[in-house]
Design a protein around this ligand. Structure first.
Ligand code: AMP
Length: 310
């Protein structure tokens, strides 16, 4: 059993009200892999340039993650992203995106990655995502992320790709943009009609919501006193969520999906405590377990009879 992730491996420059980091390991596939590797063997597919450092490759390989399909492009530069957050950490401005080796990226999956039973298509061009999906016909669970850029310039292709996956994990605002429905439940229903059986709406510091044909579930984000850098929170959430499901040998019932939400939420909460991959890179399984138990306690309540006035 293994999880294959296809997506960006990056160097990020990030500024937040709490500091800045000039160049740090990032990318959707990186954040996803660090989180998902707590649950299953992960295989990363993505390109890097000559400038990609060996110690960053070692971080990708944490807990035995395979980098066999990480393609090092001679003479190429690793994808670079520069973003800035204001006091509202839910919104960010992208100052620069240098595609580098990502520009002509044609994912080539080796035999082992093609036969993974779980696949995560991180945010890349939707035609490319569909190409990868076709290389993995036997995957029993496929999840997909995307972004506003592709909704703006490649919506039809994105909708086709959504039709080929089991689960869409998207930012709340992007879900509304994709479906032109201002109401979250209606937007999710529209996505369910496109093909997936599970929709997850990421809501930044407000948490995440899960919508299936017959259930709705939501969790707040873990209440942290200090958030330093939200970059990669969505991909870390996806790593926890998809990773947990990968470890449940095919179970997709409501209770399992709810627990997956808790693991995604717990993992994402660690990611935002420090810049880049720093916090998750030294995270322990005990710390994750403790935070999942905290979440269970925080979100539990018991109803008691009360006389309501007519
Ligand atoms: P998140 O905060 O979960 O949306 O993920 C942020 C990560 O996505 C950063 O580490 C960036 O390197 C990466 N990223 C930013 N823009 C893009 C893009 N256009 N395509 C692929 N990855 C991107």
């Amino acid at each position: 059993m293994s999880v294959t992730v296809v997506g960006s491996i990056a160097y990020d420059r990030v500024e937040t009200p709490f500091g800045r980091c000039e160049r740090m390991l990032g990318g959707a596939a990186t954040h996803f892999a660090l989180a998902a590797s707590f649950f299953d063997e992960v295989r990363v597919v993505g390109p890097v340039g000559d400038d990609f450092a060996d110690n960053d490759l070692a971080i990708l390989q944490t807990r035995g993650t395979s980098t066999e399909d990480v393609e090092r492009v001679p003479g190429g530069k690793t994808f670079f992203w520069h973003g800035e957050y204001g006091w509202d950490l839910n919104s960010r401005e992208t100052h620069d995106t240098q595609l580098g080796v990502f520009e002509h990226f044609e994912p080539k999956l080796g035999e082992a990655s093609r036969s993974s039973d779980v696949l995560f298509l991180a945010n890349i061009q939707p035609d490319v995502q569909r190409g990868v999906r076709e290389q993995c016909p036997d995957a029993r669970f496929v999840a997909l992320d995307s972004m506003n850029l592709w909704i703006d310039i490649a919506r039809d292709s994105l909708v086709r790709t959504i039709g080929e996956v089991d689960c869409l994990i998207l930012n709340d605002a992007e879900l509304r943009q994709l479906t032109a429905k201002p109401n979250l439940v209606q937007a999710a229903r529209e996505v369910l009609a496109m093909g997936p059986s599970v929709v997850v709406a990421k809501q930044g510091e407000y948490g995440a919501a899960l919508i299936t044909a017959d259930a709705f579930f939501a969790l707040p984000a873990y209440p942290l006193e200090s958030v330093v850098d939200p970059t990669g929170a969505g991909d870390t959430f996806a790593g926890g969520f998809v990773g947990y499901l990968a470890a449940q040998s095919g179970e997709r019932d409501d209770a399992t999906l709810r627990r997956a939400m808790a693991y995604g939420t717990a993992l994402a909460s660690f990611n935002v405590e420090e810049f880049g991959t720093k916090r998750v890179a030294r995270l322990t399984s005990d710390e994750i377990g403790e935070r999942v138990r905290d979440l269970q306690r925080i979100t539990h309540f018991e109803d008691a009879p009360v006389e309501l006035r007519a």
